[in-house]
Design a protein around this ligand. Sequence first.
Ligand SMILES: Cc1cc2nc3c(=O)[nH]c(=O)nc-3n(C[C@H](O)[C@H](O)[C@H](O)COP(=O)(O)OP(=O)(O)OC[C@H]3O[C@@H](n4cnc5c(N)ncnc54)[C@H](O)[C@@H]3O)c2cc1C
Length: 357
Amino acid sequence: MSAAISLRMHGVDVDLIDIDPQWRALGAGMTITGPTLRAFDSLGVLDAVREKGYISDRTKFFSADGTLQGEMLPPPIDKDLPVAGGILRPDLHGILSKKVMELGTNVRLGITITDLSQDASGVTATFSTGETGRYDAVIGADGFNSVVRGFVRPDAPRPRFTGQGCWRLLAPRPEAVTSPEIYFGSDYKVGVNPCSPDQMYLFANVKMPGNPHIPDDELLPRMRELLAPLAGTIRTVHDGLSEDSAINYRPLEALLVPLPWHAGRIGLIGDAVHATTPHLASGAGLSVEDGLLIGEMLADAEDVESALAAFGERRWQRSKVVVENSVKIGDLEQAGGNDARVAQIMGESIVILARPI
Ligand SMILES: Cc1cc2nc3c(=O)[nH]c(=O)nc-3n(C[C@H](O)[C@H](O)[C@H](O)COP(=O)(O)OP(=O)(O)OC[C@H]3O[C@@H](n4cnc5c(N)ncnc54)[C@H](O)[C@@H]3O)c2cc1C
C-alpha cells in the first residue's frame, strides 16, 4: 500500500492486487518508531496515525516485582515528529487503504498472480482469474511467503526459525499506562505498548526450543503461566485474562535475501526480502520506507531495471542492520540476557535508522 501511495503521489497508474478478498490486517497492535512515523509523514498519513494510534515519548523499565528501574527518553528524530507510538494493525490498514483509494489506485481483491513473464518492453502478469495485464514494472510486496519472490529469486534462502516465539495479546489500557513498559522476568521480558486511546498490546518474546506447535486450547493457560510471576501492569493484564482474550502466538523467523532483489522489471520489497523478528520494532517501518522509496525511484526512472537495481543497493545496508541486529538481540535474550550489550545494539541501530532513507 505504501508503494501504491507513493507511485500515485507521483502520478503513476497502479493496479494493486491482494489475495485476501476481505483485505484484512492480521494481528493486534504494533510499535511505530520515529523513522516509521517519518515515512508515514511523507505518505501523508501521519495525522491520521496520531489520531487513531497512541503517541508516547518514553519507555519505562520495571523489575518483576513492579519496581520502576529506569526510563529511556530518546530525542525525536526530527523536531516536528513524535518520538514513537503504537497503533492497532486494523486501524493502520484502514488509514493506508483509505489513502490508496483516495489517490485513485485500481484495487482488486481476492486474486493473485499465476505467472509473470517479461521482455524488453514490459511484464505480462497472468492473474488467478485467467486475465492478463501488461505493466512497465511489477512490485512484489506479498510478505514473508512471497509468491513473486519465486519469479525473481527462486534460489532465495527460506525464512529461518530463530529459537523464540512471540506471545501477543490485546488488553484494555489502564489510565496509568501512558507509554511502553518492559518488565524483566526470569529469562524473558514482557512488554506493553498503548496502541489506541483505550487499548494496549502485550508482547513477550520467549525461548521455544524445538519450535513446538501450540494448539489453541493451550494459549490461555500458557499466557497465564507466562504473566503470573510479574507484578504491576502485567499483573493487571493477567487478572483480566479470560476465555474471550484474543491471544496470538507466532514462532519468530527471519529472512534476509541477498541482492539482487529484482529480475528485469520485477522487484521485491518488504518482508518478501527482509523479514525480521520484532526486537527493534522496525519490520513494518522498513517495509513502509521501501514502498515510499521504490515509488519515488520508479516514478523518476528512465530505465526500470536500473531503478530497481539502485533501489536494492540503497536499501541493503539498512535492512541488514534491522534483520541482523534483531536476531542478535534475540540470541542474547536466549543466552540468558546481557542487558548492556542489548542496549548497545539497540542504541547503534536507532542511530542508523534515524538517518535519512
Ligand atoms: C510477532 C511480530 C511482531 C511484529 N511487531 C512489529 C512492530 O511492532 N513494528 C514493526 O514495525 N514491525 C513489526 N513486525 C514486522 C511487520 O509485521 C512486518 O515486517 C510487516 O507486516 C511486513 O509488511 P509487508 O507489507 O512486507 O508484508 P505483509 O504485512 O505480510 O503483507 C503482505 C500482503 O500481501 C498479500 N499477499 C500475500 N500473498 C499474496 C499473493 N500470493 N498474492 C497477492 N497478495 C498476496 C497479503 O494478503 C498481505 O496483504 C512484527 C512481526 C512479527 C512477526
